[in-house]
Every structure is written in structure tokens, then in C-alpha cells.
Design a protein around this ligand. Structure first.
Ligand code: CAA
Length: 389
């Protein structure tokens, strides 16, 4: 049997919502010392969706940036990973497919398992590419994290999307074949049908996350995965920065390593600014690492831990490819952060409530953002999206 070409992540781009709230605003409103959010959770700001944006517009914007560079040649599959989907039946990916002008000969599907699904999409993509190396799979991970106003989860909201192409001979990172998986049914975090905000047992969710890390890491190692000391950088699903730090400390302890645990700072930077982006969050961490680590990471191994409440965890690793820096556009990432319009508590509260408009009622949205795509509202009980010239 001939050896398979390496496969992995070829191009990557990020998009976020167009409003931003400093967590000091929530702290003041909730009568909490701001250090609890800035230091205790490790978060600074969170992106907030304006009236005319949602996971489809953010996901399409990130994907547009990927396709502008890579083109659509070879893209025959689009997997849209989200847990904040906009329809019970129609895939968010089908809306994105039209907005992006993708060819008709492209299979499109939406997948869900809380914050884990983008990693499932990556694995599915790798499978398709192994079968036909000339094909590329476009993965779009996009989510808006929402909890009840005034709840403990409120400062861990956020909104962002990451899009990446899975292909043979990738430009950014070759994914190694070994991975470790852990699944166990648990009520740590869920969102019943008809509810727009997640329900969460916060303390249980922390334990479940760390338990899944332990289970996935054990499976990874037993299947021949690299040792802790052979992994140069780590990225974790990051609902808030302190969670990733707790995970890293737990893994270090589990591995029984004497070596100091590698610092996570470069990978934490982006999510500290946008908040939780659920299934996009791990890949936001990877993009943040590749863009912000001062060292040349070519040839280095990066460990990735995905966690989706409910729960599924997976530990996998990849090798950063030589020349990866020429594929990155950190100035574009920065521009996405800088152009967000700051809102105060009152405007944030109004936007939070607007997001809950009944799906079975027609309405139009004001043109509030200047991104390439906008959510125009609902007519005939169906969602309408527009592409800007
Ligand atoms: N200055 C500095 N630090 C302070 C402080 C202050 N004034 N006041 C408190 N702190 C620290 C605390 O000591 C604590 O730190 P440690 O964890 O290191 O001890 C930290 O701030 C948080 O304080 P609490 O634990 O008291 O916070 P809380 O109980 O009010 O809320 C939470 C924390 C449960 C995580 C809550 O934000 C929440 O429910 N978030 C949503 C659920 C979540 O994100 N779970 C993560 C795992 S599940 C997952 O990853 C999937 C997903 O995306 C949702």
C-alpha cells in the first residue's frame, strides 16, 4: 500500500461579531469585583452580535477570507460546525454556500456536539482527503455563546468564527493520525429546543471538562500518541482563559512530567478578547498561537484538546509546516478586533434581548454592521441573508 500524503490544515481565517463589551461593564452591573473576570476567569472583553449578524454571517466572513486566498478549486465539501444553529432543519452551511458563491457540486452539512463539532469536522475532512487527495474540505466553525443575563456564565459569553481548509500537503499544520477520544453522557451544559440561552451547571462543567481531558489523554497515549515532553505547544478548548490554564496544569500533573509546562499565552490572546466561541474556540486558540508565538514553530508539534459538553473530548496533535508564517495574516485578525464598536451595558442588554425574537414572526433588521454579509431578517418565516457588493 502506498504511503498517504500528509493531510491537515491548509489555510485559516477568523471573523468575529461587530460589537464589543468590556467585562468591567458586566462586573459593575452585577456588583462583582472586576478582578474576578479579568484575573479569576482571565477574560477581558467579549464580542457581541449586532442586530444583523449571526453564526451564518460570521462563518461566511471567515470562509470568504480563506477562499479569497485559496480559491474554490477542489472544494467539494463544506462542513458547518455550530451549536447555535439558526434552523432546526436547514444547515447554516447551505446559507453560507450561497453567500460564498460556491459551486453546486459541493456537499454541505451542519454538525453539532457542543464545542466539539469542529474537531469532528476536521476528522471527517481528513477522511475524505485520504480517499481523494485532490479534494479540499472547507470547515466553518461559528458560534455565539449566550447565557442568562446576571448568571455566573454571563461573563463567559462571546462570538466568533474560524474557517479552515482541510487538504493534502497542508500549508499550516499536518495532523498526525493518532488521536484519543472520550465520551460520557452528562448534564453539565445543554440548550433545550426553543431556548436561545444555554443552561449550565458551572462547577460540574469544569469537572466534566477535566475528566474528559484525562480520558482522552489516556486513550491518546495508549494508542501511541506523543509524550507530554514531545509536545512543544498546547491549545485547549477555551471557554475562558483560566479553564485552559487549569487543563494544562492537570495534563502536566497526569503526565508526571518534571519539565516545566510550556506557557500558553500566545494561544490564549485572541479568545481573551472575543470570549467563548464554543466550537470555534480551539481553532481560535491555534490561530492565535501561530500568529503570536514569537518563536518559529516550523516542525514543532502542537497538542490540541477539544471539549464539547454533554460530553465528548478528543486529544490530537499536528506538526506546524515550514513556511506557515507566509500563510497567516495577523493584521487581518487585528483589524477584525479593532473595528468592533464598543457598547455599554444598556446597548448590550438590548442586543441580548433582540437575539430572542420569535423565529415564526417576520421582521427586518437595521443595517448595523459593515461586514461582507448581513442577516436581513425573516420573511415568509425564513431567514434572509444579503451579500454586500
Ligand atoms: N480577583 C481575582 N480572582 C477572583 C476574584 C477577584 N476579585 N474573585 C474571584 N476570583 C477567582 C476565583 O478564585 C476563581 O478562580 P479559581 O477557579 O482559580 O479558584 C475564579 O475567579 C472564578 O470564580 P468562581 O469559581 O467563584 O466563579 P463562578 O462560580 O461565579 O463562575 C463559572 C465560574 C462556573 C466557570 C461560570 O463562569 C460559568 O458557569 N461559565 C459557563 C460554563 C463554562 O464555561 N464551563 C467551562 C467548562 S465547560 C466547557 O468548556 C464547554 C463550554 O464552552 C461551555
Amino acid at each position: 500500500m502506498s504511503e498517504l500524503a500528509p493531510a491537515g490544515i491548509d489555510e485559516m481565517a477568523f471573523a468575529t461579531a461587530h460589537r464589543v463589551l468590556d467585562l468591567a461593564e458586566i462586573a459593575r452591573r452585577n456588583g462583582v469585583e472586576v478582578g474576578k473576570y479579568y484575573v479569576g476567569l482571565g477574560q477581558r472583553r467579549m464580542s457581541v452580535a449586532a442586530e444583523d449578524e449571526d453564526p451564518v454571517t460570521m462563518g461566511a466572513e471567515a470562509a470568504r477570507a480563506v477562499l479569497d486566498r485559496a480559491g474554490v478549486a477542489g472544494v467539494r465539501t463544506l462542513v458547518f460546525a455550530t451549536e447555535s444553529g439558526v434552523d432546526q432543519s436547514k444547515s447554516a452551511g447551505v446559507y453560507a454556500h450561497r453567500l460564498l458563491g460556491l459551486p453546486a457540486h459541493c456537499r454541505v452539512v451542519e454538525i453539532k456536539q457542543a464545542c466539539y463539532s469542529a474537531t469532528a469536522a476536521l476528522q471527517f475532512g481528513l477522511g475524505l482527503v485520504a480517499r481523494e487527495p485532490s479534494e479540499k474540505v472547507l470547515v466553518v466553525a461559528s458560534d455565539i455563546a449566550r447565557y442568562r443575563l446576571g448568571s455566573a456564565g454571563e461573563p463567559t459569553q462571546g462570538a466568533a468564527a474560524v474557517a479552515f481548509l482541510v487538504g493534502a500537503n497542508p500549508g499550516l499544520m499536518a495532523i498526525e493520525p493518532v488521536s484519543g477520544i472520550f465520551t460520557a453522557e452528562i448534564d453539565d451544559f445543554w440548550r433545550p429546543n426553543g431556548m436561545s440561552e444555554a443552561l449550565v451547571d458551572g462547577k460540574l462543567s469544569l469537572e466534566a471538562y477535566l475528566g474528559a481531558l484525562e480520558g482522552a489523554w489516556g486513550d491518546y497515549r495508549s494508542r501511541g500518541g506523543a509524550g507530554f515532553g514531545q509536545i512543544d505547544r498546547f491549545c485547549y478548548h477555551q471557554p475562558f482563559a483560566k479553564m485552559a490554564l487549569k487543563a494544562h496544569a492537570r495534563l502536566h500533573e497526569l503526565a508526571g512530567s518534571d519539565a516545566p509546562a510550556a506557557r500558553l499565552d500566545a494561544g490564549l490572546a485572541l479568545s481573551r478578547e472575543v470570549g467563548n466561541s464554543y466550537t470555534a474556540s480551539l481553532y481560535l486558540g491555534l490561530l492565535s498561537l501561530l500568529e503570536n508565538d514569537p518563536e518559529d514553530l516550523s516542525g514543532r508539534r502542537v497538542g490540541l484538546f477539544a471539549y464539547g459538553s454533554g460530553c465528548v473530548g478528543e486529544f490530537l496533535a499536528g506538526i506546524v509546516q515550514p513556511g506557515y508564517r507566509t500563510r497567516l495574516r495577523p493584521e487581518r485578525t487585528l483589524e477584525s478586533l479593532v473595528r468592533r464598536v464598543p457598547v455599554g451595558y444598556e446597548e448590550y442588554r438590548i442586543l441580548h434581548e433582540l437575539y430572542e425574537r420569535p423565529a415564526a414572526q417576520d421582521y427586518g433588521t437595521a443595517a448595523a454592521t459593515d461586514g461582507p454579509f448581513r442577516f436581513a431578517g425573516v420573511s415568509g418565516m425564513a431567514r434572509r441573508y444579503e451579500r454586500r457588493a
